[in-house]
Design a protein around this ligand. Structure first.
Ligand code: HEC
Length: 103
């Protein structure tokens, strides 16, 4: 039964860049250029964060690790990260359910 239902929900995944594993989506080349200078792109592709948490991560790297100001690239890079590596929805990882409401 599951096998019949699943394809309805499965989104066609974006292809990944074979070298870095980054999803080939708009602005991915800027992300590759900036975000693989100091570390592997795996640090990007293995993470799932909200847009705000990605921004916090960028600010942390700027404060602690010498990441340069991204200026005009910041918004497009954040859009890319939030679109492709977000905690909920719109990600290739479909299995993560929402957190339970605990009261
Ligand atoms: C100037 C160097 C530098 C650049 C450029 C850089 N980072 Fe980092 N980043 C670091 C360092 C250093 C760490 C810590 C690595 C470790 O803990 O092993 C890190 C860690 C991370 C982590 C893991 C954070 C955590 O909480 O564990 C993520 C995610 C990340 N970077 C994403 C990015 C993204 C996205 C970009 C592009 C906007 C980027 N990095 C560009 C230096 C950089």
């Amino acid at each position: 039964m599951l096998l019949i239902i699943l394809p309805v929900y499965a989104r066609q995944p974006l292809p990944n860049d074979p070298d870095t594993g980054l999803a080939i989506d708009s602005n991915w080349e800027q992300v590759r250029a900036v975000c693989t200078i100091c570390h592997s792109a795996k640090l990007v592709t293995q993470n799932r964060m909200s847009r705000q948490a990605w921004l916090d991560t960028i600010r942390w790297m700027q404060k602690e690790h010498g990441l340069i100001a991204l200026n005009d690239l910041e918004a497009p890079i954040l859009d890319y990260l939030a679109r492709n590596y977000n905690v909920r929805g719109h990600s290739k990882i479909r299995s993560r359910r929402r957190n339970l409401e605990l009261n």
